[in-house]
Write a protein that binds this ligand. Structure first.
Ligand SMILES: NC(=O)c1ccc[n+]([C@@H]2O[C@H](COP(=O)([O-])OP(=O)(O)OC[C@H]3O[C@@H](n4cnc5c(N)ncnc54)[C@H](O)[C@@H]3O)[C@@H](O)[C@H]2O)c1
Length: 338
């Protein structure tokens, strides 16, 4: 199979591209490097720097491509509140450009879109399933929902298959840790390892679904390969509901370092609960989340070079120590996660 991965130099995209390449597929990547890092990509992957809104570039990269994995996006929830126009231009406009180019170039069989659990917003019932009415509460979530609509509409009109995978909070080795709006897991791990304070917005009772990167990559690959998924929305999470308070305790236990937790009760902790119903992913993609949170955190500590360096300065987690392994702000400064 010949695939194009947009956003393929990013956290999820680079793991996806590498895994597809390992499985013997020909892989092209398009990424503007606004946050990605092409050095994460395996030798043999065809990397192209460029913008997903650049239609002439898309025309050349889509030649003889069978499946497109569309991950290129701006991904910070807080930044989307500050810069909604940019989120609309890249996340919605970039998706429309890509879908139009797929139609015009021809030959593409399927487009898999990396959507987000943020589209659910506040829901009375948990776990959330794909049939529920969405309540996007932030511009990032609106942009993902609009892109889903264009995906299904333009796919149907253009004669190619489409799948939207609603990804929950993904974590794993190599996740970037930007100075502002960092994702909650690497940020908490680094702060606890460094002996600093962890600031939790709200009272820490808010819950999220943290899913390990390998599970997400496996589900995305299957979404590109399995029959009978055209026009479907599919949740990909762990199905495990974890409060922020429990997350901090679990990290502390694993790194064997007490966390100094400061609760900022004045700040909103985001929606109260969010956890995925992954029944549909099980049925359509034969997806079973394999990595539970505690095992995933251990893998993260073993495999993330940056966190290992932080750990070596303070307290290295023992390798014999049971080595199994977005929404509005909820964590220290933010979930940052999308
Ligand atoms: N990480 C999560 O928890 C999570 C959750 C739900 C959905 N998603 C979605 O999965 C996808 C990948 O997320 P990620 O966590 O790997 O984020 P990421 O920021 O690491 O990856 C996004 C990539 O897109 C690239 N990009 C941004 N704008 C671009 C443009 N105009 N043209 C070309 N490339 C562009 C960036 O350089 C980056 O490499 C995104 O679409 C995101 O919305 C992620």
């Amino acid at each position: 199979m010949r695939v194009l991965v947009t956003g393929g130099a990013g956290f999820i995209g680079s793991r996806l591209a590498n895994q597809l390449h390992r499985s013997g597929h020909y892989v092209r990547v398009l990424d503007d490097l606004s946050s990605g890092d092409p050095s994460q990509l395996s030798q043999g992957i065809n990397f192209n720097r460029g913008d997903v809104r650049d239609v002439p570039k898309l025309w050349s990269l889509l030649q003889r491509v069978d499946v497109v994995y569309h991950l290129a996006a701006r991904v910070s929830v807080p930044a989307s509140i500050l810069y909604p126009r940019e989120y609309n231009e890249v996340n919605v406009g970039g998706t429309v450009s890509l879908l139009e180019a797929c139609r015009d170039v021809g030959g593409v069989q399927r487009v898999v879109f990396a959507s987000s659990a943020t589209v659910y917003g506040d829901q009375d019932v948990q776990p959330v399933n794909e049939g529920m009415t969405t309540h996007p509460a932030v511009p990032y979530a609106v942009s993902k929902l609009a892109a889903e609509q264009y995906l299904f509409n333009l796919g149907r009109l253009g004669g190619y298959e489409t799948v939207a995978v609603r990804i929950f909070n993904t974590y794993g080795p190599g996740q970037p840790l930007p100075p502002a709006h960092a994702p909650v897991i690497p940020q908490f791990v680094q702060q606890i390892l460094g002996g600093g304070s962890v600031v939790v917005n709200g009272d820490g009772s808010q819950t999220r679904d943290f899913v390990y990167i390998d599970d997400v990559v496996e589900a995305l690959i299957r979404a590109g390969e399995e029959p009978g998924v055209d026009g479907q929305i599919i949740n990909v999470g762990s199905g495990e509901e974890t409060s922020i308070r429990d997350l901090v305790e679990t990290i502390s236990r694993i790194v064997r370092q007490d966390a100094n937790v400061l609760y900022n009760r004045e700040a909103a902790g985001g929606i109260a609960r969010l956890v995925a119903d992954v029944t549909k992913a099980g049925r359509l993609l034969h997806y079973r989340p394999r990595v539970q949170l505690e095992a995933g955190l251990r893998k993260l500590l073993e495999r993330d070079a940056g966190l290992r360096r932080a750990a070596s300065g303070v307290h290295a987690p023992s390798s014999t120590h049971n080595a199994s392994g977005g929404l509005p702000p909820m964590g220290a400064t933010s979930t940052g996660n999308s």
